[in-house]
Design a binder for this molecule. Sequence first.
Ligand SMILES: [Zn+2]
Ligand SMILES: [Zn+2]
Length: 347
Amino acid sequence: MSLALVIHGAKDLRLEEYATETLSSRQVKVQVKAGGICGSDMHYFQHGGFGTVRVRQPMVLGHEVSGVITQIGAAVKDLTVGTRISISPSRPCLQCEFCQKGLHNHCLNMRFYGSAMPWPHIQGAFRQEMVIDSTQAHPVFDHVSNSQAAMAEPFSVALHAVARAGSLMGKRVLVTGCGPIGALTVVAAKLAGALEVVVTDITDQTLQRAKLVGADQVFNTSTTPNALEPFKANKGVFDVMFEASGNQQAIVAGFEVLKPRGLFIQVGTGGEVTIPLNILVAKEFDFRGSFRFHEEFAQAVSLMNQKRVDLTPIISHTVPLNSFLDAFRLAGDRTQSMKVQIDFSQA
Ligand SMILES: [Zn+2]
Ligand SMILES: [Zn+2]
């Protein structure tokens, strides 16, 4: 048994005792260290779900976690007790049509942590102790903190979005929406060779953090609504746009500054929005979605291990487990926070 954060419905999040699974031969037992609150966790907390997805049974939240191995199964040869790890929440079946094609994020039987999409729901990782498959454990080097190790998941989402775009070498890139995913997309786009990355959002605090991780120019489109005006020249100047807000105004604004034959990658989700098809057609945009990740998780951990990236400016707060309601309140306040993490070793 250990303590877990269990969602029972909108605004009904409880810290409860939760049974730890029994360890099988190809698994490891982990003491969870840090856990980042994601947009989806916030949706479950604030509204009990999103779109048509609803929490219909108690579910442990969380999928962005790091930990330390406390016990290993008999058949696990490549991991040892005491190893600090990032934990991949992606658990595809490896059998279905999409897994066979290497499109694991489209697995027909995906068991992604903390998801109320399937029935029964897939229990999450916001708990002090859990058993995971050894393939989910990605060891981190000593210099990678537990907090940074818990950034591997959202960073994987950004790496996948950039992979969806193909080569960014020498390209001018616009990122709209600067929550953690937008800021991590800046990091990933710069790594991929983007010449210039411009970021928009409606809070200054998040834009300042984007600058710390490599954004060349940032604009607050709430206080400066005409900020993108100069980029409209000659039918638009950006080669690629990553849309991380799910906001209709941001999408429409992007359409005006994206070049003809530009590439539009939608990363942020939201409800339904209206898009100007006349512009999409006339400028011959490629409009692509980007969903989760799979192989990018190992890449994310390698990049941190090799000190190629420093994601710490994106982590705004670390809150002890017993103050979890403060953590969720902070995570919902974009004027103050970027990535809020819970420290599971402090109950
Ligand atoms: Zn996430
Ligand atoms: Zn599958």
